[in-house]
Design a protein around this ligand. Structure first.
Ligand code: FAD
Length: 394
């Protein structure tokens, strides 16, 4: 029987696993892919910057000790009464469970949105978006219908804006490849809220909006998507937008397995945890990353970010090991180090601590965050390998 079971090998799950691996604490990690992927860089994989599989690392390569076990399987149910995670290929009993299954798209009940839009959720969907856009360029060459060349990205948070940035830098390459005039291609970003990028200051939002608009994107804030049909986005108070590609980045919620298992969840499906990241419903279950409902000192829920998921993973590794050995647990203390949004391949905007950064400096800082993560995850070996492949510091 697996004493410690981790389900999900994203930022939180991998940090918990590598932390336990380092101290030779036995555990089983179950994930639906045999690789860990860099979710924060999926827009690069979707937007033609690098080969998608370079944004992954085989999970087995990250675990060194014979005490660490990895199983590739998709978990379909958490059976709390029997202390078993049920997968498609088998059952995984536990004494201590770490849930780090990440997020699923939130469609806010908008009719047709789930059926008729693409999402940037994992490597498979990044490849799907990339191929779909290429196929639309090909279709335009065949029938000349300009709808193929309109791309709508719903949502102007970090994911939506980083994706738009990536696309505006990729489109000129595609235009050359397919012999299409750049002005024939339109990228529309549609956002219901009055501003883009709520994570950064108003001045930086303006910089971001100006940069993307100058590169040819159309940003439509205060524009609510009310319905989506095949190839058509309906917005409140305006004409429908016909588009060959519709991508939704407008919201996330926690993996539904937590609410289905009866954990106390917030309106985004995240399971409530105590100061040690243990479920308030079961002290043998730790919850990390986007599936955890953690509040700051003012009682405000922490945002779902890789930065915090990574910190939670570190804390859970320590706490689950302490729980196994009957040692005192450590209080989770989140440390918000800032936000950086890339606006294409070279520039960005954001804050490092309290300091605003923009342009090439922000772009460079964003690349540096990749190096930091590779170091944290896999030390010198992974940093050397991945820095050569997907970090662009010049
Ligand atoms: C394009 C994009 C850009 C982003 N940029 C940033 C950024 O710049 N900074 C930042 O801090 N955050 C950013 N985020 C948010 C960040 O990626 C998430 O907050 C982070 O990935 C959450 O980590 P996690 O460990 O909770 O979940 P994930 O990283 O989503 O990992 C969940 C894991 O669980 C696995 N899994 C899911 N379901 C099952 C199942 N049923 N069975 C088995 N395994 C399963 C998945 O394959 C995955 O490996 C970005 C997100 C996107 C999409």
């Amino acid at each position: 029987m697996a004493d410690i079971l981790i389900v999900g090998a994203g930022y939180a799950g991998m940090m918990a696993a590598t932390g336990l691996d380092r101290i030779s604490e036995p555990f089983t990690l179950v994930n639906n892919h045999e690789y860990h992927y860099f979710t924060t860089l999926l827009h690069e994989a979707a937007g033609g910057r690098g080969e998608p599989m370079k944004y992954t690392v085989p999970i087995r390569n990250m675990l060194r000790k014979p005490t660490s076990r990895f199983v590739q399987d998709e978990i379909v149910r958490l059976d709390r009464a029997r202390r078993v995670a049920v997968g498609k290929a088998g059952e995984y009993p536990y004494e201590w469970l770490v849930v780090a299954l990440g997020w699923v798209p939130e469609y806010f009940g908008i009719p047709g949105l789930a059926e008729h839009s693409l999402v940037l959720r994992n490597i498979d969907t990044a490849i799907q978006i990339r191929r779909h856009i290429e196929s639309q360029f090909e279709a335009y060459k065949n029938d000349g219908d300009s709808t193929h060349l309109r791309i709508v990205v719903g949502g102007a948070g970090l994911t939506g804006i980083e994706l738009v940035g990536e696309l505006v830098d990729w489109i000129p390459e595609l235009c050359v490849r397919y012999g299409i005039d750049r002005t024939a291609v339109e990228i529309q970003n549609i956002e219901a809220m009055p501003t883009i990028l709520p994570q950064v200051s108003p001045e930086l939002r303006e910089v971001a909006a100006r940069t993307l608009t100058e590169k040819g994107a159309r940003l439509r804030t205060n524009t609510k998507i009310v319905k989506v049909e095949a190839g058509e986005v309906h917005v409140e108070g305006d004409d429908p937008v016909r588009a060959g590609t519709i991508i939704w980045t407008g919201g996330v919620r926690a993996h539904p397995l937590l609410s289905e298992a009866g954990f106390t969840v917030d309106r985004r499906g995240r399971a409530k945890v105590d100061a040690y990241l243990r479920s308030v419903d079961d002290d043998h279950v730790f919850v990390g990353g986007d599936t955890a409902w953690v509040e700051d000192e003012q009682g405000k829920p922490l945002p779902p970010t890789a930065q915090l998921a990574t910190q939670m993973g570190h804390c859970i590794a320590e706490n689950v090991s302490s729980a196994v050995h009957g040692h005192p647990l450590k209080v989770f203390r989140p440390s918000l180090k800032g936000t950086l949004a890339s606006l294409g391949r070279e520039v960005g905007v954001g804050n490092i601590g309290r300091f605003p950064v923009k342009g090439f400096l922000a772009g460079l800082a964003k690349e540096a965050t990749k190096v930091k993560y590779f170091w944290e995850l896999g030390g010198l070996r992974l940093t050397a390998e991945k820095t050569g492949e997907i970090v662009h510091l010049t």
